[in-house]
Design a protein. Structure first.
Length: 94
C-alpha cells in the first residue's frame, strides 16, 4: 500500500500541531494547571464567541490532556443555560 504525498503531508501536519501544543502545555504547565474555564469566557458578552472558546478548550483538552474533562463539563453547565450546555458539551465530546 502506497501513501500519497497529500495524505502524508496531512498526517505530518497534524503531528506537528499536536506536538507543538503538547510542548507548549508542558512548558506552561504551572499556568495551565490553574486555568479556570469560566475565566476564559468572562471577557465577552457574545454567546457565540463563548461557545467557540469552549470548543477551543475541548480541542486543546483532547490534544494535551492537561485540562480535566470534569472541569470543562461543570464550567459549561455554570456558564450557559442547561439545554445549551448539554448540547455544547456533547458537541465538544464528539
Amino acid at each position: 500500500m502506497k501513501i500519497k504525498k497529500r495524505e502524508l503531508f496531512g498526517i505530518l501536519l497534524r503531528c506537528v500541531v499536536a506536538m507543538t501544543l503538547f510542548f507548549i502545555a508542558i512548558a506552561r504547565y504551572d499556568e495551565l494547571s490553574s486555568l479556570d474555564v469560566s475565566d476564559l469566557v468572562t471577557f465577552t458578552d457574545s454567546t457565540t464567541l463563548k461557545a467557540l472558546l469552549i470548543l477551543l478548550v475541548y480541542v486543546i483538552k483532547s490534544l494535551t490532556f492537561v485540562v480535566p474533562a470534569s472541569l470543562v463539563y461543570v464550567a459549561v453547565g455554570g456558564i450557559f443555560p442547561h439545554l445549551f450546555a448539554v448540547a455544547l458539551n456533547l458537541l465538544g465530546i464528539f
